[in-house]
Design a protein around this ligand. Sequence first.
Ligand code: MRU
Length: 351
Amino acid sequence: MIPTLAWTPEGVRFIDQTRLPLEESYVLATTFEQVADVIVTMVVRGAPAIGVSAAYGVALGALRSKSKTAEEFEPEFVKVCARLAGTRPTAVNLFWAIDRMKRIFAGLLVGGASIERVRDAFVSEAHTMYGEDIAACKSMGAFGGDLLPAEGGVLTHCNAGALATCGYGTALGVIRSAVEKGKKIRVYADETRPFLQGARLTAWELMEDGIDTTVICDNMAASLMRAGRIQAVVVGADRIAANGDFANKIGTYNVAILAKEHGIPFYVAAPWSTIDTATPTGDAIPIEERNPVEVTHHGGKQLTPNGVGICNPAFDVTPARYVTAIITERGVLRAPYADSLKKLDSSTNPA
Ligand code: MRU
């Protein structure tokens, strides 16, 4: 399995996604600050992977602390959580994972736990999230694989694969599962400017698995759809609002509009931890604006004239009306999403 991130006795080991596909190298983060840095610099990226990384970052915060008790550690814990939460604003999985660590810590604090107990509990909770993430991806794959056609082209945008999760992937998990079911799928991977997650990462990991993959520039999708070469679209998500609007990599909205125009089903695959019912609609999702250098330069080479204006929002919001179905580990949701989200939540999480 592709080793996106792994806990080791020294810290968290990340495959360096800034160097793929030309170089398979690893970065070891031994402190929570280093985990925060690898998230900001996108050595690790993708909503579920960021969440689990942050949980391990919190564990490293406790492991490196000189405090002797949970109580003594508390002010440090607050700083560790704030630093990790400040890395990237859009993927709600980051905040979901940190909140989960906060709940564990609150219990330990009340129980007057030693720092050793805090460390053990944090590492164990992060391991649980890691395992749950892979299981969720497999389950999404099982549900979503059935929705893809027996044969045909499937377009995906960005990388919502093993590299964006602890393994298997969300959108790419759906594709992997369809292929495992014997479906003859040709994947079209949007290159995904400016960071090229599609050209570099989706292409790399699907090739590793021997899945038929073709990279296209972002501006080619419409033409391929018109030519009848795309039978379905499947993408991931960074945050799904209560009404089904969702944020994903910039350019996803374009693809959704194109799919609707051409009558092509458009699926979103995401774990339940990506659903943020506290955010009523897509308009309230915070969109990360990244460094203009990602647009002005490529491979250290300047592409644009000095001083030109640059806009670099990392995500966009696709309104729910463009979504054919949302595939989660709990089942497949259909419009109206406000109702189906509530229904599936209460049937799987009875009060
Ligand atoms: O900026 P990135 O590379 O972290 O953006 C990733 C995406 O937009 C993915 O599609 C999303 O996180 C879903 S990953 C399973």
